[in-house]
Design a protein around this ligand. Structure first.
Ligand SMILES: NC(=O)c1ccc[n+]([C@@H]2O[C@H](COP(=O)([O-])OP(=O)(O)OC[C@H]3O[C@@H](n4cnc5c(N)ncnc54)[C@H](OP(=O)(O)O)[C@@H]3O)[C@@H](O)[C@H]2O)c1
Length: 289
């Protein structure tokens, strides 16, 4: 089911719009009439998408190439996105990545980039955009794209799970702070979604994974309905809702073990980091007593 809430007159800034969930947000917000600013590193992809959306929906689309892993990125993106007095009324903080494997097997620079893209950039963009939205005073929306790992962290996805947990707490508390303003904030917590994410994180989707994952299109369709209905935290899909609820009933260690086992049924680990024989190797994991 699609949202019929019109977004004509709105201007939406979407990070990570070059593929997957971000690309779907761009398509579906354009369909609802919103003008767009698309940001990511792969600007060729953004330009192809932008041409398609201008042609099919008559909306204005600006593409901004940006690497959100660099410290100045959020400020640069905000400055470029608001040039000429543009008023942004919707921010989709979607860009994100994760490295699957033992914490100590990756160079720390990889973790630093993940923290920068998944935590620092969305936090700074939120700060800048909320000030901007309060100043123009129009009805506005902010979506933080977290994950179901914000409810149940997954072993060998330590930094990723922690960043998504951060986003959920940040988003929930800020939604509360902003409740009497024209800004509505929602934290979107998807489960496994069929996108390029796994390729980039060093995983390959198994047949079980393919059968249970949602499409980015379905995730975004249900998210937009939830957003316009005023939800502050939204988990798309009943299987994902169950995966968020069940751990509340379990001891923490058992939750971690089951999350790890479930993940291993849905994806296989590829391009193992150099120290595959590490004592923390994912393949030799058993739950602690
Ligand atoms: N797929 C899933 O199962 C799943 C589940 C839960 C949550 N999520 C979350 O959903 C969001 C979107 O992921 P996806 O599944 O759509 O994966 P995806 O297809 O890999 O998209 C990730 C997006 O983030 C952008 N990005 C990554 N690093 C960046 C950087 N340094 N600077 C700027 N942009 C960067 C990528 O653009 P460029 O490479 O062009 O820069 C891309 O557009 C992420 O936050 C992810 O954590 C995904």
């Amino acid at each position: 089911m699609k949202s019929d809430h019109r977004m004509t007159g709105h201007l939406s800034l979407i990070t990570g719009a070059s593929s997957g969930i971000g690309e779907q947000f761009a398509k579906q917000l354009a369909e609802l009439g919103s003008d767009l600013i698309l940001a990511a590193r792969r600007v060729d992809r953004l330009e192809t998408l932008a041409a398609d959306l201008r042609k099919n929906h008559g909306v204005s689309v600006t593409c901004i190439p940006i690497d959100l892993s660099t410290p100045q990125a959020a400020k640069d993106l905000f400055a470029k996105a608001t040039t000429g007095g543009k008023k942004i009324t919707c921010l989709i903080n979607n860009a994100g990545l994760g490295k699957y494997g033992s914490f100590i097997d990756f160079p720390f620079e990889d973790h630093y980039s993940t923290l920068q893209v998944n935590v620092v950039a969305p936090t700074e963009l939120t700060y800048l955009l909320i000030n901007h939205m309060l100043a123009h005073g129009q009805k506005s929306y902010v979506v933080q794209v977290a994950s179901i790992s914000a409810f149940q962290p997954v072993g060998f996805f330590s930094i990723y799970s922690a960043t998504k947990g951060y986003l959920r707490y940040f988003s929930e508390t800020l939604a509360f702070e902003l409740r009497k303003t024209p800004i509505h904030m929602m934290c979107l917590c998807p489960g496994g979604t069929y996108t390029e994410f796994f390729e980039h994180s060093g995983q390959k989707i198994t047949q079980t994974g393919k059968a249970t994952m949602m499409t980015a299109k379905d995730v975004v369709q249900s998210s937009l309905i939830a957003l316009f209905n005023g939800k502050t935290v939204f988990v798309p899909g009943w299987l994902n809702k169950l995966a968020c609820f069940l751990p509340r009933l379990l001891p923490r260690n058992l939750g971690l073990y089951l999350a790890f086992k479930t993940m291993n049924r849905a994806v296989e680990r590829v391009n193992l980091p150099s120290s595959a024989a590490s004592p923390l190797n994912a393949n030799s994991h058993t739950p602690s007593k």
